[in-house]
Design a protein around this ligand. Structure first.
Ligand code: UD1
Ligand code: PEP
Length: 422
C-alpha cells in the first residue's frame, strides 16, 4: 500500500504542464493491436494504467517500449491469448481488449474489468453491441467469452444509455468488420474523437465522432502512417485548476484545450474564480471571495463526473452552500467520510452532496479509495494545516501523470512511498 504524505497550509505557485489524456491513452493502447504495422504514440502520460496495459500487450507477444512520453508498440507478432485475470482487474480499460481482440481475431476471452469502485458499472451495452455485430457472447467463470466464427458484420446499434466504454468497444470491433455499423446515442467525449483520429489515420473509416451518430465502414487493413499525439487530459487539467484556485498564489496550467473544459470553467467562474483563459493555457489568479454553486454531472459536454471530486475541496472555501448531484455515478461519494475526518463540513443526503463553508482543515490519515477521490483528498491536504497521510495512494497513480514531480515543482511539500516512482 503506497502512501502520499503532504505537509499542507502553504500557498503554491509556478507552472504545471498537463499530460496526455488517460482515457484516450487507455483506449488507444488496446486499439494498437488492430494495426498490421508498428505504432508510435506520443504525449503518453506516465500513469499506472499505461504500465498495466503494456504488461497485457506483452502477454500477447506484442512488444512495447516506453521512453519519455513516447510509446512504441509492435503488434506484428501478436498471438491470441485469453486474458482471464491478472492485470485485467487492475484497471477499467482492460475491457477494450474485448473489442480490439474481437476485431483482430474474431474472438476474445477477457475477465471482468477492474477500475474505480464508484458504484455499479455494468457492461450490458458493450455486449449488446458485440452481439449486434454477429458475435456470440457467454460468461465462463469470471470471464466474458466473445466469438464470431463467421466474422463480424455491420449493424445499427442504439445504445440504451450514453456510454463511453460501449461506444469505444463497438468502434474497436466494427472497424475491421464487413459493412457499415451505425452507433446511435453514442458518447461524444473528446477521448472518443482522439481514438477515431488515431484509427482513421491508419486507414479506418469512422465518421460522425463527436456527434450522437457514428458511422463505421469496416476496412481490411490498418497500418500507421505517422505517430499519434494524445490530446491533453481535461480531467488532470480540471484537477490542477481546482487546486490552483484553492491554494494558488498564481498558477499557470499549460497544455489545455479549454473547449474540453467548458462546463467546468463555467462553474468555477460562477463561483468567482478569477481565470485568464489563453490559447492553450489557463492562468489562475489567487482567490479571495467564492460563492457556492450547484453542480450536476452529465455526459459530455456536460459537467464531467470525474471532476466533481477534485472540485469538492474548493467548494469548502465558498461563503455559501454548494451542492453536487452525480447523475452518472450517484454513489461516487467514498471520499466524503475522509474529507469529514479532516474537518470538512459536508453531508450526503439522498445521493446529494452538500458542501458547507469550512474555515479550517486539519491534516490526518485518510484513504484514497480511487483516483478522483484521491485527488480530492490531495487538494484538501494541501489546504489543511499539518500533515496528511493518504493511504492507498497507488490509486491516484492510476491516472495522474508524474504527479509528485508536478506538485513539487509548484513548491508543494509532498512525498510518496510506493512501488510506482513518478
Ligand atoms: C476508461 C474510461 O474512459 N473511463 C471513463 C468512462 O468509464 P466507463 O466507460 O466505464 O463509463 P460509461 O460511460 O460506460 O458509463 C456511463 C453510465 O452508463 C452506465 N452503463 C455503462 C455501460 C453499460 O453497458 N451499461 C451501463 O449501465 C454506467 O453504469 C454509468 O452510469 O466514462 C466515465 C463516465 O464519463 C468516466 O467516469 C470514466 O473515467
Ligand atoms: C473512473 C475513472 O477511471 P476508470 O474508468 O479507468 O476506472 C476516472 O478516470 O475517473
Amino acid at each position: 500500500m503506497a502512501k502520499m504524505v503532504i505537509h499542507g497550509g502553504k500557498r503554491l505557485s509556478g507552472t504545471v504542464t498537463i499530460g496526455g489524456a488517460k482515457n484516450s491513452t487507455v483506449a488507444i493502447i488496446p486499439a494498437t493491436i488492430l494495426a498490421d504495422s508498428p505504432v508510435i504514440l506520443d504525449s503518453v502520460p506516465q500513469i499506472k494504467d499505461v504500465y498495466n496495459l503494456m504488461d497485457m500487450l506483452g502477454s500477447m507477444n506484442v512488444a512495447s517500449d516506453y521512453d519519455g512520453d513516447v510509446l512504441r508498440v509492435d503488434p506484428t507478432q501478436i498471438k491470441f491469448i485469453a486474458l482471464p485475470h491478472g492485470k485485467v482487474k487492475s484497471l477499467r480499460a482492460s475491457y477494450y481488449f474485448m473489442g480490439s481482440m474481437l476485431g483482430r481475431f474474431g474472438k476474445a476471452v477477457v475477465g471482468f474489468p477492474g477500475g474505480d469502485d464508484i458504484g455499479p458499472r455494468p457492461i450490458d451495452q458493450h455486449i449488446k453491441g458485440f452481439k449486434a455485430l454477429g458475435a456470440q457472447v457467454h460468461q465462463q467463470k469470471d470471464s466474458i467469452v466473445i466469438e464470431a466464427p463467421h466474422g463480424l458484420h455491420g449493424a445499427r446499434i442504439f445504445l440504451d444509455m450514453v456510454s463511453v466504454g460501449a461506444t469505444i468497444n463497438i468502434i474497436l470491433a466494427a472497424v475491421r468488420a464487413h459493412g457499415t455499423t451505425v452507433i446511435e446515442n453514442a458518447a461524444r467525449e473528446p477521448e472518443i474523437i482522439d481514438l477515431a483520429t488515431f484509427l482513421n489515420n491508419m486507414g479506418a473509416q469512422i465518421r460522425g465522432v463527436g456527434t450522437q451518430t457514428i458511422r463505421i465502414t469496416g476496412v481490411e487493413h490498418l497500418g500507421t502512417q505517422s505517430s499519434h499525439t494524445i490530446i491533453p487530459d481535461r480531467i488532470e487539467a480540471g484537477t490542477y485548476l481546482s487546486l490552483a484556485a484553492a491554494v494558488g498564489d498564481g498558477i499557470l496550467v499549460k497544455n489545455i484545450i479549454a473547449e474540453h473544459l467548458d462546463a467546468f470553467l463555467a462553474k468555477i467562474q460562477e463561483m468567482g474564480v478569477n481565470l485568464d483563459v489563453r490559447e492553450d493555457s489557463i492562468f489562475v489568479y489567487p482567490n479571495s471571495q467564492l460563492s457556492g454553486i450547484k453542480v450536476k454531472t452529465s455526459v459530455y459536454p456536460g459537467f464531467a463526473t470525474d471532476l466533481q471530486q477534485p472540485l469538492t475541496p474548493l467548494m469548502l472555501l465558498a461563503d455559501s452552500q454548494s451542492t453536487i448531484i452525480d447523475s452518472i455515478y450517484p454513489k461516487r461519494t467514498r471520499h466524503i467520510p475522509e474529507l469529514i475526518k479532516m474537518g470538512a463540513h459536508i453531508k450526503v443526503v439522498n445521493n446529494q452532496i452538500l458542501v458547507n463553508h469550512t474555515s479550517h482543515l486539519t491534516g490526518t490519515e485518510v484513504t484514497a479509495e480511487e483516483i478522483r477521490g484521491g485527488a480530492s483528498l490531495m487538494i484538501a491536504a494541501l489546504m489543511a494545516e499539518g500533515t496528511t497521510v493518504i493511504d492507498c495512494a497507488e490509486n491516484i497513480m492510476r491516472g495522474y501523470d508524474r504527479i509528485i514531480t508536478k506538485l513539487q515543482n509548484l513548491k508543494a511539500d509532498v512525498s510518496y512511498s510506493g512501488n510506482e516512482i513518478f
